[in-house]
Ligand binder design. Structure first.
Ligand code: XLS
Ligand code: CA
Ligand code: CA
Length: 439
């Protein structure tokens, strides 16, 4: 098999002083941080769809980047060329995982049986490459948003036939995920929502989504899928209002329908900010509910109200992300670069530089987060802030869950007045973080 990215060498760590555009400046896979190597902290994944399929088409113009990889698009030859390109790409960057949708890896046929036959063929080929390279599958999913049949939703559709086609697609995507040893299976509900309540039975739709997920869990467990199912929250786009608005909403939904034992969150940075939250907020909500599974590592643009899927370069955001991940004890999933080159960045070299940027940004985030944790001042302050509950008799009583309202009222009455609680010290803490990061 001929090399595809002929002008790109294997990408190595050269240190922060390096001016080599095709080298890591901060991602040093074997460097040990807080007792684990960077590679262990940061299981990076390549997103098949952006990296191997998307050529820059937007609502106003066609592809700027050539992703044919020497084969005619829409053919199985092209599907295989993408596999070749993808594995060469991951190997050159030292990326150990990939994520895929069913229709990223083969062209979809009109007949679902033909699509499935193509999926069998390509997954054999992918498996061969996995065995040779040691590269693994992070998660699989079914694309249930591009085909016009899903215009009224997937689990939330009004059509029982469409619902069955969705079930068939999920079944096959689960088969593939198990065949490729994927650690997770993602549900992203881009079409699960509504434009107007004038034509929508919200309760009916949500119950039907839950039924579909339940069937997916039952089937997955039956065929030996031991990994996590993920919901990937997103508030809007393409729908005006998506049911999996944010982590808190999705977790509430999972609990309501008894799905919380099998599911975790796949948190995407850009979706968090679209929901009006920070990336860190979504990670914290997931973590405190025991549902931090995996991360779609990208970045939005605060000036734009849509999902720009940029490669992450915001070191501060990556630092706060890694702070949450370390505190949560790591991810069961990984860091999938669900990100695309900007449309004018249309060369093979740009594809590599984008991943170098993303990997270096998260490496910096890891190094910084470790410094904040080792410094200890932030933790110390937070612990002090709540100390009145932990270090006093009345506080401990409240925490034990055995206090009554009357008891607390009589405590207050005895005290007569209460001191103002200690300052939140936000500016001091922000200054501490700055001095740790840049000092
Ligand atoms: C779209 C989502 C999608 C999921 C997988 O906004 O990010 O790409 O990650 O279906
Ligand atoms: Ca995503
Ligand atoms: Ca996105």
């Amino acid at each position: 098999m001929a090399e595809i990215f002929t002008n790109i060498p294997e990408i190595k760590y050269e240190g922060s002083k390096s001016k080599n555009n095709l080298a890591f400046k901060f991602y040093d896979p074997e460097k040990v941080v807080l007792g684990k190597t960077m590679k262990e902290h940061l299981p990076f994944a390549m997103a098949w769809w952006h990296n191997l399929c998307a050529g820059g088409t937007d609502m106003f113009g066609r592809d700027t980047a050539d992703k044919s990889f020497g084969a005619e698009k829409g053919t199985m030859k092209h599907a295989k060329a993408k596999v070749d390109a993808g594995f060469e790409f991951m190997q050159k960057l030292g990326i150990e995982y990939f994520c895929f949708h069913d229709v990223d890896i083969v062209p979809e046929a009109d007949d679902i049986n033909e699509t499935n036959a193509r999926l069998d063929e390509i997954s054999d080929y992918i498996l061969e490459k996995m065995n040779v390279t040691g590269i693994k599958c992070l998660w699989g999913t079914a694309n249930m948003f591009s085909n016009p049949r899903f215009m009224n939703g997937v689990g939330s559709t009004n059509s029982a036939d469409v619902y069955c086609f969705a079930a068939a697609q999920i079944k096959k995507a689960l088969d593939l995920t198990v065949k490729l040893g994927g650690k997770g299976y993602v549900f992203w509900g881009g079409r699960e929502g509504y434009e107007t309540l004038l034509n929508t039975e919200m309760k009916f739709e949500q119950e039907n989504i839950a039924r579909l997920m339940k069937m997916a869990v039952e089937y997955g467990r039956k065929i030996g899928f031991t990994g996590d199912f993920y919901i990937e929250p997103k508030p809007k786009e393409p729908m005006k209002h998506q049911y999996d608005f944010d982590a808190a909403t999705a977790i509430g939904f999972l609990r309501q329908y008894g799905l919380d034992k099998d599911f975790k969150m796949n948190i995407e940075a850009n979706h968090a900010t679209l929901a009006g939250h920070t990336f860190q907020h979504e990670l914290r909500v997931s973590a405190i509910n025991g549902m931090l599974g995996s991360i779609d590592a990208n970045q939005g643009d605060y000036l734009l109200g849509w999902d720009t899927d940029e490669f992450p370069f915001d070191v501060y955001e990556a630092t706060m992300c890694m702070y949450e991940v370390i505190k949560a004890g790591g991810l069961t999933g990984g860091f999938n670069f669900d990100a695309k080159n900007r449309r004018p960045s249309n060369t093979y070299e740009d594809m590599f530089e984008a991943y170098i940027l993303g990997m270096d940004t998260f490496a910096l985030g890891l190094l910084n987060a470790a410094k904040i944790i080792e410094d200890g001042r932030i933790d110390e302050f937070v612990s002090e802030k709540y100390s009145s509950f932990r270090n006093t008799e009345i506080g401990s009583k409240i925490l034990s869950g055995n206090a009554t309202l009357e008891e607390l009222a009589s405590y207050a009455a005895d005290k007569k007045n209460v001191e103002t609680p200690i300052s939140g010290k936000q500016e001091r803490l922000e200054g501490i973080v700055n001095s740790i990061l840049f000092g």
